[in-house]
Design a protein around this ligand. Structure first.
Ligand code: ZN
Length: 173
């Protein structure tokens, strides 16, 4: 059984292994591809084309919209493979987003990401760059609170490389 099955969000197909594909640390390139493919299959999402404004002007991007809760607690996010179009940039989380205990091996960019409900990053580990840019990080709807425990403690093991908090605005709704 997956050693992290207590999170209750294992991949069904690989849960009998030492770690399921979602929780497995140190994935190789093939496993990384499988991880992102399965992530998008598991958390029902749609892609939408939107126009965004950046300092250099408008541009059209395709972003993911997650309509339901996304519980990826304890997942190990490998570096995104080069030819993958996976990105949390400008993504919209319409339900709760549980990122407690996750590990990001590569850069984690939440540039322009919208969390419409509860977003939790308790004990998240960012091994490379954590990018929180933009004015769309919205917290505090209803009971929602954004916990960035690891982020508050700069320079510790959770955040040991580089941190970007450009134009971060946390807005209560
Ligand atoms: Zn698992």
């Amino acid at each position: 059984m997956c050693k992290l099955e207590e999170y209750g969000n294992c991949d069904e197909e690989t849960r009998e292994q030492e770690y399921c594909i979602f929780h497995k640390p140190d994935k190789n390139e093939i496993e990384a591809r499988e991880f992102y493919k399965k992530f998008l299959e598991r958390f029902r999402h749609r892609s939408e084309k939107v126009k965004i404004e950046e300092s250099l002007g408008e541009k059209v991007i395709i972003r993911f919209v997650f309509e339901k809760d996304v519980n990826c607690a304890g997942y190990h996010f490998p570096k995104i493979p080069k030819d993958s179009n996976f990105s949390f940039e400008y993504a919209v989380f319409k339900g709760n987003a549980w990122f407690g205990g996750v590990t990001f091996k590569g850069n984690a960019s939440f540039k322009g990401t919208v969390f419409e409900k509860y977003a939790e990053f308790d004990e998240a580990t960012f091994e490379k760059m954590l990018i929180l840019v933009g004015q769309y990080l919205i917290i505090g709807r209803g009971l929602g609170v954004l916990h960035l425990k690891g982020v508050q403690t700069f320079g510790n093991r959770y955040l040991n490389i580089e941190h970007c908090f450009l134009r971060l605005r946390l807005r209560k709704m």
